[in-house]
Design a protein around this ligand. Structure first.
Ligand code: DC
Length: 231
């Protein structure tokens, strides 16, 4: 994908990928694509149409379903530039970050037809842009030639606390134990699925953020980008 600045940030749920990618996008003044939001939007579309995943020929039926899904993502460069997601013409951005859609997104992301549909869309968005992408398979599948690949991790405890605090701030009723359980289940789903499982790319730089602040993490990645001569 040529000479563009492509930064891939992968890692397990709630490792801080979106926060860091957003911060870094501000530092570099380039856009950032949260690919998890796209899986969540497809999950929402399937839920709204009461699509049944437990019947025969699910991949073939998903293919037919996805042909009629109009998913549009609008990006802006810079810090706090909010990504907007439109599903069949309706703005769904604020509906996506719920525990229910997180779990459903993880479940439906195991289907090859869903992955093929979204990977193609993500690659077309990245094609002619400087951009940061975050997800589970960016460094391994979506942008295998990205010049900088980061694999963000953090302890389950810290990830659960971060996500719990976010839910509480947004008025979502839950408990720390429940959040921890959901994250552990998603980690397991995402890393054991057959198609494009969550996996560190061989050439990715692993960064454990358990004891790092957002600023510290972003600084480490920024320094890497300088060393690798991509900015
Ligand atoms: O990053 P997130 O929590 O918004 O992602 C929701 C789910 O979507 C995640 O559990 C797995 C799936 N996902 C994926 O399979 N590949 C990606 N690149 C991004 C998300």
């Amino acid at each position: 994908m040529g000479e563009h600045i492509h930064i891939a940030i992968d890692g397990p749920s709630s490792a801080g990928k979106s926060t860091i990618a957003n911060y870094l996008a501000g530092m570099l003044n380039i856009p950032y694509l949260d690919t998890g939001a796209m899986y969540r939007a497809v999950a929402l579309a399937l839920r709204d149409k009461e699509f049944c995943l437990n019947q025969k020929n699910v991949e073939a039926r998903l293919l037919v379903f996805l042909k009629r899904v109009d998913l549009q993502v609008f990006l802006q460069a810079g810090l706090s530039a909010r990504q907007r997601v439109l599903l069949n013409g309706e703005e769904v951005t604020d509906k996506l970050r719920t525990p229910e859609l997180a779990t459903l997104a993880s479940n439906i992301s195991a289907y090859k037809s869903v992955r093929d549909f979204l990977v193609a869309l993500q690659q077309s968005i990245a094609l002619n842009s400087d951009i940061i992408l975050d997800g589970r398979d960016i460094g391994t599948v979506v942008l295998p030639d990205a010049k900088l690949k980061i694999f963000l991790t953090a302890s389950l405890e810290v990830r659960a606390i971060r996500r719990y605090n976010e839910f509480i701030e947004r008025g979502i009723d839950t408990t720390l134990e429940e959040v921890k359980q959901q994250i552990a289940t998603r980690d397991n789903n995402d890393s054991t699925r057959k198609h494009a499982p969550l996996k560190k790319a061989d050439d990715a730089f692993e960064l454990d953020t358990t004891d790092l602040s957002i600023e510290e993490t972003a600084q480490v990645i920024y320094a890497k980008a300088k060393i690798f001569n991509i900015i």
